[in-house]
Design a protein around this ligand. Sequence first.
Ligand SMILES: Cc1cc2nc3c(=O)[nH]c(=O)nc-3n(C[C@H](O)[C@H](O)[C@H](O)COP(=O)(O)O)c2cc1C
Length: 453
Amino acid sequence: MSTSQTSYALSPGARCLIGGGGVAVLLPAKQRLDGLSPAQVDVLRRLNAGPVSFVETIDSETQALLHTLVDAGVVSITVSLDGRDLYTLRPFRRPPAARPDPDTGPVEISRFTIVRKHGDDVVAEHPRSWSDIVVHDPAVLGVVTGLGAAHVDALPTWVVERLHADLYWTGHAISPGAERSDFATRSWSPHELWFHRRTTVGDRAAAFADFGPTRWADGEFEPLPARRDTVAGEVIALPAPDLDELQRDDLPLVTVVEARTSVRDFDDADPMSIAQLGELLYRCGRTRSVRTVDANRAVPEELPSRPYPSGGSLYELEIYPVIRNVEGVAPGMYHYDSYDHALRLVAPYDDPAVQRLIAPASLTLADGQRPQVMLAIAARVGRIMWTYEQMPYAVILKHVGVLTQTLYLTATAMGLGGVAQGYGDTAAFAEATGADELVEANVGTFVVGTPRE
Ligand SMILES: Cc1cc2nc3c(=O)[nH]c(=O)nc-3n(C[C@H](O)[C@H](O)[C@H](O)COP(=O)(O)O)c2cc1C
């Protein structure tokens, strides 16, 4: 007969402040516990010192205390069999309901459950759960991933039932079909819900630990310079607009905002001029200045300024105009040097990767026409990932949004037409530029040109 063991351990940062007269306070939640028996106080003392294990049955007084601690979300629970750890429930907030009975009925693993390596642990995580499940034993992994059939024999039935109940309790398992029949759960892709959960403040990031602008890399890695390495190709200097004149003569903001629409049909007989392209890029994307922070470090931190806003003033975005029809510029894929206000050739227009890059945009334009100019927007991700933890990619996508609107409005003010693109061919961008996607990735696309009347 196998022996089961359940161990309870206070979560990192949690502890019990034990007073006299059967009173204790759970920290950090400051939850007061009254009327504790000496045996219960003893369990709390032992928990303060480390994990407390219970073999088989637990007396009712202790059981009641453990329920309180579990309800408060301050203890992890490890289930073991004959001294072999099977799994641990590791909560990061209070469970919404009490633990169900082991005979939960049929369940299936949620399609939102993600199993991954985390430090030395293998962890099942779920974006809607209140608890991770640390997997210690391969047989448990079989059940958690739903591949269990072959492995279930390795565990006694009651362990499998208990694990199913724990998976159900923690939201990692659901009633069969429940996620498919509900529009809300059906419509979310696992990676999108996971991204939403992990890049926002909420259950996990409530204490802001390892989240946000922590500057986690400081001391271990040097910050990236604000300016991208210069692209080696041929340089084309761009004309700059006269901002004083524009401040006098440009359309009022309200007129521009009200006139802005998406344009998908362009006039190839009357294309944009190099001066217009220069004006658009200057008004939207140029680097106006660079502030150096803490110049005493070996590699200083540089914070540029551009016309659109950027989290942390880090400005990781780069613009790559793919030009087919602009008067005064030969067709090709260029990098916009926002410091020199110049274009540098990256790849010829007929490069197969460049052709693949423009293909998705062509599909959305009238009669499948190829864009006069397609601005591929890329992020030098390390600029922002040096500072931000867990959410920099979400911030990058927000930056694509603010740059996109700046392009929309400026193009409208200039009498040009533009349309944003929902997705792009990131592999084609990587091939055309030769950039490692982990270093510089294509994150947005904007088509611009002269509208057909
Ligand atoms: C982020 C974003 C992505 C878009 N993706 C596309 C796209 O891939 N293809 C397209 O034709 N229009 C795209 N659009 C344009 C929208 O269809 C357009 O803004 C919407 O229909 C409202 O019309 P309006 O811009 O003319 O006011 C996108 C707009 C945004 C802001």
